[in-house]
Design a protein around this ligand. Structure first.
Ligand SMILES: *Cc1c(COP(=O)(O)O)cnc(C)c1O
Length: 427
C-alpha cells in the first residue's frame, strides 16, 4: 500500500469541521506545505486564514484582521453570514447539483430576481456561470454570434480587466497577462480610456460589441465619465453593435446602487456579474437585455456543467434577500462617505475615489505595497493594485466604527511605509 505523504494528517471522519480533514498547523508550517503543493501563479500568500465572522478573519496563528478587501469585492455580507450559510447548508442537504438537463426553483427565482433588480425590459434573459471570467466568455460568444463574419471586431478599453480565460483575456488589456498566451482570440482592439473621440472613430460597421467596466477595479478604481457611458450607448446603438457592461466587480450593491451602469441611466445589451453575487459562494451570470440579444445564443451554442446549480443560486438569493431586507445599500453610501472624508483629509493622500464601498486611495508616494504590509501587521487586510493606489472593497455591511478604526490607523501605516521606502534608498 502506498503511504500518503505531503504532510497530510490522518483523517478523523465523522467530525464535521474543516480541521477534521485538514489537520492543524502554524502559518509557517502551512506556507511550507503550500509552496510544495500549489502552483506558484499567485506568488506567496499573505496569510493562512482559518476562520471568519462578519468583517473579521483570523489566521492560523490566531491573529485577527479587519477584512477591508472582502475577498476582492466578493464577501458582500462578510464572512459566515448566518442567514446565507444556513440557506446554503439547507439547500445542499436538500438538493445540491442536478446538471442543466434539469432546472430548480432556486435557479428560476434567481433569474427572475436579477431581471427585476436590473429593471430589464420584457424578453430579457439570464445565463448562469461560475465566475466572472466565465460570464465574460458568454459575453464574448454573444458578441461573436451577433457580429458573425461581417463584424469581427470587439472593442475594449486600455486598463480593462475581464478575466483570465482566453476570451476574457483577449479583452483584458494588461500585456503581461496576455503575452505568454498569444495568439489571443482574434478581433479585440483596445481603445484609450474615457476617450469619446477615439470611440467615435473606432465604431464602424465592423464592430460587434463594446465591452466596458463602468468603473475599472483592477486598474485602481477608475470611473468612466457619465458622458462616456452615454456616448457608448448612443454610438453602439447607431452602429448596430452591442454594449456589454462588465459589472463583475461593480454590480450587486458595491457602489451603493444595484448596478453602476444602470444607475447611470444606461440600458446595456448585456451585463456580466459575479463577485458579490453569491455572497462568497462562486457564481457568475450574464443578463441580456430585451428580445434581440436574448435570443442570439440558441440551444446547444453555450453551456456549463456547474453553472446555475441549486446551491450557488440559493446562496445568491439569500445574499440578495439580506442586501434588500436589511437596507444594506444605504449603509454602503453612509460608510463610503466616512471613508471618503476621513481618508481624503490625511497628509500623503492626494485623492480618494469612493464609489460606494469600492474605493481607490491615491498616495503622494509609490508606497502602496508598504502600506499593505504595515496594514497586515496592524491587523487590516487591504489591496495595492498600483504602486500609488490602495483599493478597499470591504463587506457591504461594514460598520461606521470599523471604517473609523482603519482611518485612525492610516497615518501610522503610511508613516511606516514611508520610513521603509526611504531606508531602502528611495526618495
Ligand atoms: C474579477 C473580475 C473579473 C474576473 O472574475 P473571476 O471570477 O476572477 O473570473 C472580470 N471582470 C471584472 C471587472 C473583475 O473585477
Amino acid at each position: 500500500m502506498t503511504e500518503v505523504s505531503h504532510g497530510a494528517q490522518p483523517l478523523e471522519l465523522g467530525n464535521a469541521n474543516a480541521t477534521a480533514v485538514t489537520g492543524t498547523g502554524t502559518s509557517e508550517q502551512w506556507l511550507a506545505r503550500y509552496s510544495n503543493s500549489l502552483m506558484g501563479v499567485f506568488g506567496n500568500p499573505q496569510r493562512v486564514l482559518v476562520r471568519g465572522a462578519g468583517a473579521l478573519v483570523w489566521d492560523a496563528d490566531g491573529k485577527e484582521y479587519l477584512d477591508l478587501l472582502g475577498g476582492i469585492a466578493v464577501n458582500a455580507l462578510g464572512h459566515a453570514h448566518p442567514f446565507v450559510t444556513s440557506v446554503i447548508a439547507s439547500q445542499l442537504s436538500t438538493l445540491g447539483h442536478v446538471s442543466n438537463f434539469f432546472t430548480s426553483p432556486t435557479q428560476i427565482a434567481l433569474a427572475e430576481k436579477l431581471l427585476e433588480l436590473s429593471q430589464a425590459p420584457a424578453g430579457s434573459k439570464v445565463f448562469f456561470a461560475n465566475s466572472g471570467t466565465e460570464a465574460n466568455e458568454a459575453a464574448f460568444k454573444l458578441a461573436r454570434v451577433h457580429g458573425g463574419k461581417e463584424r469581427p471586431t470587439i472593442l475594449a478599453l486600455e486598463g480593462a480587466f475581464h478575466g483570465r480565460t482566453m476570451g476574457a483575456l483577449a479583452m483584458t488589456a494588461k500585456q503581461a497577462y496576455r503575452e505568454p498566451f498569444e495568439p489571443m482570440p482574434a478581433g479585440v482592439r483596445h481603445l484609450p480610456f474615457n476617450d469619446i473621440e477615439a470611440l467615435r472613430e473606432a465604431l464602424d460597421d465592423s464592430v460587434a460589441a463594446l465591452v466596458i467596466e463602468p468603473i475599472q477595479g483592477e486598474a485602481g478604481v477608475r470611473p468612466l465619465s457619465a458622458e462616456y457611458l452615454k456616448a457608448a450607448r448612443e454610438l453602439t446603438r447607431e452602429h448596430g453593435a452591442l454594449l456589454i457592461l462588465d459589472e463583475v466587480q461593480t454590480g450587486i450593491g458595491r457602489t451603493g446602487d444595484w448596478f453602476a451602469g444602470i444607475a447611470a441611466g444606461i440600458i446595456p445589451d448585456a451585463m456580466t456579474l459575479a463577485k458579490g453575487l453569491g455572497g462568497g459562494f462562486p457564481i457568475g451570470a450574464i443578463i441580456t437585455f430585451g428580445e434581440g440579444p436574448s435570443t442570439k445564443l440558441s440551444a446547444g451554442q453555450h453551456g456549463t456543467t456547474f453553472g446555475g446549480n441549486p446551491v450557488a443560486t440559493a446562496a445568491a438569493l439569500a445574499t440578495l434577500h439580506v442586501l434588500e431586507s436589511a437596507n444594506v445599500l444605504a449603509n454602503v453610501r453612509t460608510v463610503s462617505d466616512i471613508f471618503a472624508q476621513g481618508l481624503g483629509k490625511l497628509d500623503g493622500v492626494t485623492e480618494v475615489r469612493a464609489f460606494g464601498l469600492l474605493i481607490g486611495v491615491e498616495l503622494a508616494e509609490p508606497v502602496a505595497a508598504g502600506v499593505l504590509a504595515a496594514a497586515l501587521e496592524a491587523g487590516f487586510i487591504i489591496n495595492a493594485p498600483r504602486p500609488t493606489t490602495i483599493r478597499l472593497a470591504p463587506p457591504l455591511n461594514l460598520t461606521a466604527e470599523q471604517a473609523q478604526s482603519f482611518i485612525a490607523a492610516f497615518p501610522e501605516l503610511l508613516a511606516t511605509a514611508l520610513a521603509a521606502h526611504s531606508s531602502e534608498g528611495n526618495s
